[in-house]
Design a protein around this ligand. Structure first.
Ligand SMILES: Nc1nc2c(c(=O)[nH]1)N[C@H]1C(S)=C(S)[C@@H](COP(=O)(O)OP(=O)(O)OC[C@H]3O[C@@H](n4cnc5c(=O)[nH]c(N)nc54)[C@H](O)[C@@H]3O)O[C@H]1N2
Ligand SMILES: Nc1nc2c(c(=O)[nH]1)N[C@H]1C(S)=C(S)[C@@H](COP(=O)(O)OP(=O)(O)OC[C@H]3O[C@@H](n4cnc5c(=O)[nH]c(N)nc54)[C@H](O)[C@@H]3O)O[C@H]1N2
Ligand SMILES: [Mo]
Length: 757
């Protein structure tokens, strides 16, 4: 089926420029850039209107990331350069009308770069790609809903349907989405968190009984030690740098553990504090440890060893709250230093330094993101983070705790309201009681399982509430071939991406309102990384008169498939208070939802380890797990490759070709490599290489990557996602969470042979 549509972006012209990485993050370039970016896409009035409203109590929630806003005060712009890009890309004045979209075939569109696709602007009308055509054409909303209901009615088994969620969906639309899947009769709800923080959910739930972080934003003011491990806040959570600067100002320390010394952690200038911009900025990390890719579990066990040897542990907390301490203690004392040092790539003296800092900290926070979650041993590593926090008693008091820093602005909320392929029976019982819909009880597919099922021809209908699964998943070509097997693929989207081009036999684009736009049914709600539920209300005129809200689209599909018995679909989407009442009746943690969410700043969801501490585990205690450090030997002359985000992208949305903080300009098809490795291979900067990934017996080759000398541990490489996704084998996943190992790919590198490919 349209096999000639390109699943990967085309190769780019050779224009790579390499400069020195930036020492200071944010600052004035951040602010002026924010305005320039906003103006260029959205124009002056829309930019000013939005910038005034972003992250205000009565405004809209920045779609950039899930970092929280201050609880009781908001500076005029709780905003950052990358939030500006996220806003501008949605509020753009450009429109991808039916005439423009249908003017080229999907094959022709697929020859454009991802950046060019995004820059075409916002969808304006529903579009259909019929099985006998290569061109999208316009379709009415009713016509589109009818196509979906026909497909649903023709399924021979409800589990032939899968409904994907990207983490920007509001609580309201996500709750309806989960309900729609379950009325179809399936729990096949793959979602972006399967590729993101799933490992954190599993690691934390098995340790402390809740799959969420346990700190509040003001904990950063009170912490005396914050460890930032496997995360690049300067680019991906710039507002977090203000919190880290507060830790520093109040006398605390920040330690960074990362193969790369990322800009924000080096020095940071708060864009909102103009006075400071003249200085050199606040130095953030007191110490940086360039761990080897995948060496964190070993490093953390080394740190634990030091802490245990110093005996600086919280005995009464351990006694009262922990199950499994003795076994863990025995295990940690038996781990030998040689393994720790080899695996982590960090010297023993340095690990002792971290161990001393941890032992001396009364209040410690550990923050992490994708550098930890996208590894085979991710769940074990997160359990080790939890162990380290537990022995010091860093739960249930201000200034301390676990802080998995979420990505998409509502990915945490989506899970809370039921986007879960493995929902609890109590949740399903409550849904059944409140909606009258008989709930399916078997667990469903996650993202990787969905691809396997599609590959084996077991999926007939795929619908996505946002996102770009094709480019976000591992193993791009495999994923493309699997998706091509599906009868109908439906994308509820704001902008064009490759998932609209590589499709099932028939495809629909259902264009929706974005966060920044006025929604006649009222405001929506989201949950940030720290469990605060609050409102989000757009104030811009919608991109086109034909757009519908996500909730209205989901209700439209629901009503066309199932009418209004027993669940009154159409009543739901004209007043979001009704959806919130329903969520509250299913999930008691949302008590008084409609009232409390109207209070300034919203409300905190309950969190046992933070508020008690109490532990929702079988024995009512926190659990310490014993995990053996994996002894991963890779073949000689091979490298470990990690895929990272540049400063100019939001996941698969590419804003620009520069990675300013890392000094890489005009090119994304680059591979960062240690100079000694470059010399060893007889290469030079900017040389083209071909990369082959190796997993079990399988090899995947990707050609023409340009070499960039970079301060990265020897034997380690970095390239950008989504381009490098083609190299991540579908079978290479984290144990326990099934997350693709996007940060640990065994590869070999050879000079590019100019054979025309
Ligand atoms: N501007 C912008 N903001 C975003 C996003 C975006 O694309 N653009 N994406 C959003 C989303 S969905 C998410 S999930 C977050 C992602 O936020 P991050 O997790 O910060 O994103 P990555 O670029 O994947 O960065 C991973 C970091 O981990 C490090 N790392 C890689 N492997 C290892 C390892 O083995 N050990 C250690 N210690 N470190 C390692 C890398 O060097 C890099 O600094 O950001 C969110 N915010
Ligand atoms: N190799 C590698 N792969 C990765 C990662 C990595 O670090 N390395 N990171 C993973 C992570 S952390 C994540 S979260 C996933 C991201 O996976 P996804 O969430 O699937 O991808 P996005 O790129 O965020 O989706 C962007 C698209 O969403 C649509 N969109 C934007 N705003 C809205 C909206 O308001 N409503 C609707 N309905 N649609 C909207 C637009 O069409 C846009 O093109 O990728 C994962 N893939
Ligand atoms: Mo994410």
């Amino acid at each position: 089926m349209r096999r000639d549509v390109k699943a990967q972006p085309p190769n780019e012209e050779e224009r790579l420029k390499i400069r020195k990485p930036k020492q200071v993050a944010a600052g004035i370039t951040g602010v002026t850039k924010s305005f320039t970016i906003g103006m260029s896409e959205a124009g002056l009035i829309r930019t000013l209107k939005t910038m005034r409203s972003v992250n205000r109590f009565d405004g809209y929630d920045c779609p950039g990331c899930a970092w929280p806003d201050p609880d009781n005060h908001r500076s005029n712009f709780e905003f950052c350069e990358n939030g500006a890009k996220a806003f501008a890309t949605e509020a753009t004045k450009k429109r991808l009308t039916p005439t423009i979209l249908s003017s080229k075939s999907v094959q022709e569109w697929s020859n454009h770069s991802d950046m060019e696709l995004d820059k075409l602007g916002r969808f304006t009308n529903p579009m259909v790609l019929r099985s006998d055509s290569n061109h999208y054409e316009e379709i009415s909303w009713d016509g589109a809903f009818e196509m979906i209901s026909q497909c649903v009615n023709n399924l021979s088994d409800p589990n032939e349907a899968a409904l994907y969620t990207s983490g920007r969906a509001s609580n309201e639309s996500a709750f309806l989405w989960g309900t729609l899947a379950r009325q179809i009769g399936t729990n096949n709800l793959p979602d972006c968190s399967n590729m993101c923080h799933e490992s954190s959910g599993v690691g934390l739930t098995t340790s402390i009984g809740i799959g969420k972080g346990t700190v509040r934003l003001d904990c950063f003011d009170k912490a005396d030690l914050v460890i930032v491990i496997g995360q690049n806040p300067g680019t991906n959570h710039p507002r977090m740098l203000s919190a880290l600067a507060n830790t520093k100002r109040n006398g605390g320390s920040v330690i960074s553990i990362n193969p790369l010394l990322e800009s924000g952690l080096n020095r940071f200038k708060h864009p909102q504090e103009i006075i400071r911009l003249l200085g050199r900025g606040t130095p953030i990390a007191d110490a940086h440890f360039p761990v080897r890719i995948g060496g964190d579990q070993a490093l953390l066990q080394g740190v634990a060893k030091v802490v245990l040897e110093l005996g600086r542990i919280d005995h009464s907390f351990i006694e009262e709250h922990i199950d499994g301490f003795e076994d863990w203690q025995k295990h940690i004392s038996s781990v030998n230093w040689e393994d720790i040092v080899t695996q982590s790539g960090i010297l023993k003296e340095q690990i002792i330094e971290i161990g001393n800092a941890v032992s001396n900290a009364k209040n410690m926070i550990i923050c992490w993101a994708m550098g930890i979650t996208q590894h085979e041993n991710a769940v074990a590593t997160i359990q080790e983070i939890s162990n380290l926090l537990l022995v010091g008693g860093h739960f249930g008091r201000p200034g301390a705790g676990a802080c998995p820093v979420r990505g998409h602005s509502n990915v945490q909320g989506d899970r809370t309201v039921g986007i879960n392929h493995n929902p609890s029976s109590s949740f399903l019982d409550a849904c059944e009681r409140e909606t009258g819909i008989i709930m399916p009880r078997d667990s469903g597919f996650d993202s990787v399982e969905f691809i396997h099922a599609a590959r084996n021809d077991r999926v007939r209908l795929f619908m996505a509430l946002g996102g770009n699964l094709l480019s976000a998943m591992s193993d791009t070509e495999e994923v493309a071939n699997s998706i091509r097997n599906i009868d109908l693929t439906v994308q509820i989207s704001t902008k064009l991406n490759r998932s609209h081009l590589v499709t099932g036999k028939q495809a629909l684009i259902l264009p929706c309102l974005g966060r920044t736009e006025i929604d006649p049914s009222g405001f929506v709600t989201v949950e940030n990384s720290m469990g605060v539920v609050h409102s989000s209300k757009g104030n811009l005129e919608p991109g086109s008169k034909s757009l519908m809200s996500e909730a209205a689209i989901v209700s439209g599909i629901g009503s066309s498939c199932f009418g209004s018995n027993p669940f009154k679909w159409l009543e739901m989407s004209n007043d979001y208070d009704k959806i919130r009442d329903l969520i509250e009746s299913v999930l008691p943690i949302f008590s008084n939802y409609n009232k409390r969410v109207r209070e300034e700043g919203g409300f905190y969801l309950p969190n046992g380890p933070r508020d008690g501490p109490t532990w929702d585990t079988p024995k009512g205690k926190a659990i310490m797990h014993v995990n053996i450090i994996p002894n991963r030997v890779i073949k000689k002359n091979r490298f470990i490759l990690m895929t990272v985000r540049s400063h100019d992208q939001y996941n698969t949305t590419i804003y620009g070709m520069d990675d300013r903080y890392r000094g890489v300009y005009n090119s994304r098809r680059v591979v960062m490599m240690n100079q000694l490795d470059i010399d060893h291979l007889g290469l030079n900067a900017k040389d083209e290489v071909d990369i082959t990934s190796h997993f079990n017996e399988r090899e995947i080759v990707s050609n023409r990557w340009k070499v960039v000398p970079y301060d990265i541990p020897r034997g380690n490489l970095a390239a950008y996602f989504p381009e490098a996704n083609v190299l991540v084998p579908l079978e290479s996943v984290a144990k326990g969470s099934n997350t693709p190992t996007s940060k640990w790919i065994e590869v070999s590198v050879r000079p590019h042979i100019n054979d025309g490919n």
